[in-house]
Design a protein around this ligand. Structure first.
Ligand SMILES: NC(=O)c1ccc[n+]([C@@H]2O[C@H](COP(=O)([O-])OP(=O)(O)OC[C@H]3O[C@@H](n4cnc5c(N)ncnc54)[C@H](OP(=O)(O)O)[C@@H]3O)[C@@H](O)[C@H]2O)c1
Length: 280
């Protein structure tokens, strides 16, 4: 009987805590990455979006899959729709992670991936997380080390979400049929501007951090001179437009609906990652 859960990006920000969560609940997990390494004791499997020949083995004995696109790629439709078609042809349930707000316009590539999944006829759940709190110790860590977050977010607020809450939401969506056929907009419990977040981080890690609301061109120059490919730098700057408009300040109950408990606060995130945030 096929009853394994395939987790893409299993060594990544959401994948790793998702694997941990599923194993703790007794699920059989296939942990997918390009290296195919075992993850936290889960069976590793080699998988690459760019290598369709890797799909068959990755989906073998699987009846549910968590599908996401790793950070750094902009080809959401080209890379995810073939995967969804592959899963749907085997009637595998797909829990698809896209991003908060992509349902605002059917022309948005991630929304087109969602629509392809909905139309595929396979059981599905869509998860749209807001900006990750964890970006502060990943994407924005160099800025924190320099004592300044330079981001084109204006004074817009975001209800940052802890990746552990995304992972717990994904685990719930994978483990029951109760949420099938629905989309969930995952947020933290409170919205912060980047100036407010910098103040909170200053208090928690005990080192002054300011916020500089730079413009898009300065941001793109900063990213490309740090080695980020130009197309991804342009993509990242484009997704700050909704932040400046205030559209990412929305707070939903969707994490609690899925997991039965409220999402972690930004302060809890910062306290739990104090060492990572403080170490230069
Ligand atoms: N950051 C945010 O604030 C935010 C907010 C909303 C939505 N999102 C969405 O969340 C997604 C990123 O989630 P995340 O941070 O959990 O991902 P992530 O940590 O960047 O994902 C990395 C994982 O993907 C694997 N991977 C990388 N390239 C691969 C390839 N070519 N084929 C197969 N696997 C590959 C990596 O393993 P290997 O390197 O070993 O292959 C690793 O397991 C993005 O799609 C983004 O749009 C992000």
């Amino acid at each position: 009987m096929k009853n394994k859960i395939l987790v893409l990006g299993a060594t990544g920000n959401i994948g790793r805590p998702l694997v941990e969560n599923l194993l703790a609940r007794g699920e059989q997990v296939k942990a997918a990455s390009r290296s195919g390494q075992d993850v936290l004791g889960a069976e590793g499997v080699v998988f690459d979006y760019f290598k369709p020949e890797s799909f068959e083995q990755a989906f073998e004995d699987v009846n549910r899959a968590y599908i996401m696109l790793a950070a750094g790629y902009v080809q959401a439709k080209d890379l995810l729709i073939p995967l969804i078609e592959f899963a749907a042809s085997r009637n595998i349930k797909v829990v698809l992670q896209t991003a908060f707000g992509v349902d605002a316009d059917d022309a948005i590539p991630y929304r087109q991936v969602e629509l392809a999944l909905i139309q595929s006829g396979t059981p599905y759940v869509i998860l749209r997380p807001n900006w990750f709190a964890d970006n502060f110790h990943t994407f924005w860590k160099a800025g924190i080390d320099h004592g300044q977050l330079a981001i084109p977010a204006g004074d817009g607020k975001s209800s940052f979400i802890d990746v552990r809450d995304i992972a717990e939401s994904a685990a719930a969506a994978l483990r029951t049929e109760q949420f099938d056929g629905q989309a969930f907009n995952l947020t933290g419990p409170e919205a912060f501007s980047y100036a407010e977040a910098a103040q909170l981080l200053t208090e928690v890690i005990g080192k002054p951090i300011s916020y500089n609301a730079i413009d898009d061109d300065t941001f793109i120059d900063m990213l490309t001179s740090a080695g980020v490919p130009a197309d991804y730098a342009v993509f990242l700057s484009s997704i700050f437009y909704p932040v400046r408009q205030g559209w990412t300040s929305v707070i939903t109950d969707d994490v609690a609906t899925l997991t039965g408990k409220p999402p972690r606060s930004l302060k809890t995130y910062a306290q739990d990652h104090r060492q990572q945030l403080a170490n230069s």
